[in-house]
Design a protein around this ligand. Structure first.
Ligand code: KIV
Length: 296
């Protein structure tokens, strides 16, 4: 399998180290999801720092109700497509639900994302209980991004997609989770769906960069779902989403125009058609004339 590997020594290539340096320099870190070759290429060309092949693809690309059904094989398939497109950004693969329950299997699955998928790190959801797993993954040379707060894989436990960390007990738990993961060695930490005040405390408490989604402006970086910023989900966006373009309107318009042109026989035009070379056309006309004459 040929995967476009990051070039060693290329200064512009985003690495775990350059992401961590950004926190130290106070430079904001950018991250978007991508799930296929065409869109990952655009995100990379826009110089976004990190591309997350998020398991949100289960919902926004595959049409599932939540992220739970997606498998390691499906995530690998999309990670490879993204890898083939990306030259500069750091590529992170999301480990799907139930793929990191058993620790041995989890490390094997994680290594597959690097070995077969071309990812440079994996992301796992959960707090203090993931510390032993983070150690095992680092032992296997797999960089890990943590993810706490509103963790979509726990949708049933949380009783829906609810903002987390709103009581003093919950805040204390979240800060302990963040500190434990940071000490265990995660290279970055996604903070999802928590009050901005709590995200600020965590960002100040941990050494690793925090990447917020619905966690306010005081995180070290921000991540959003590609389909959300382009109005491609067909759903009312969450409060924290900013839509930067209406790709749904653009695509619907283009598709309707195609239909109208075909039905009106305006597509394809002569300029959009292939033509025979002049000599072949002449020979063909002679042949057809002879055949018609023979039939008379
Ligand atoms: O799956 C995903 O897209 C994510 C981000 C929202 C952080 O986990």
């Amino acid at each position: 399998m040929s995967l476009a590997a990051p070039r060693f020594g290329d200064q512009s290539k985003v690495t775990i180290t350059s992401i961590q340096e950004k926190k130290q320099q106070g430079t904001a870190i950018t991250c978007l999801t991508a799930y296929d070759y065409a869109t990952a290429r655009l995100v990379d060309q826009a110089a976004i720092d990190m591309i997350l092949v998020g398991d949100s693809l289960a919902m926004v690309v595959l049409g599932y109700e939540n992220t739970l059904p997606i498998t390691v094989e499906e995530m690998l398939h999309h990670t490879r497509a993204v890898r083939r497109a990306v030259r500069r950004a750091l590529v992170i693969a999301d480990m799907p639900y139930a793929s990191y329950v058993d620790e041995k299997q989890a490390v094997k699955n994680a290594a597959r994302f690097l070995k077969d998928g071309g990812a440079e790190a994996v992301k796992i959801e959960g707090g203090q209980k993931r510390v032993p797993l983070v150690h095992s993954m680092l032992d296997a040379e797999v960089p890990v991004m943590g993810h706490i707060g509103l963790t979509p894989q726990s949708v049933h436990l949380m009783g829906g997609y609810r903002v987390q960390g709103k009581t003093l007990n919950a805040i204390e738990r979240l800060v302990k989770d963040a500190v434990a993961l940071d000490r265990a060695g995660v290279f970055a930490l996604v903070l999802e769906g928590i009050p901005r005040e709590v995200a600020k405390i965590i960002t100040e408490e941990v050494e690793c960069p925090t990447i917020g989604i619905g966690a306010g402006p005081n995180c070290d970086g921000q991540v959003l779902v590609f389909h959300d910023i382009l109005n491609l989900t067909g759903q009312q966006p969450a409060k924290f989403v900013r839509q930067y373009a209406d790709a749904a309107a653009l695509i619907s318009g283009a598709v309707s125009n195609f239909k109208a042109d075909v039905e009106a026989r305006l597509f394809p035009s002569d300029a959009e058609s292939y033509h025979l070379p002049r000599e072949t056309q002449a020979a063909l006309e002679t042949l057809r004339a002879r055949k018609l004459a023979a039939l008379r």
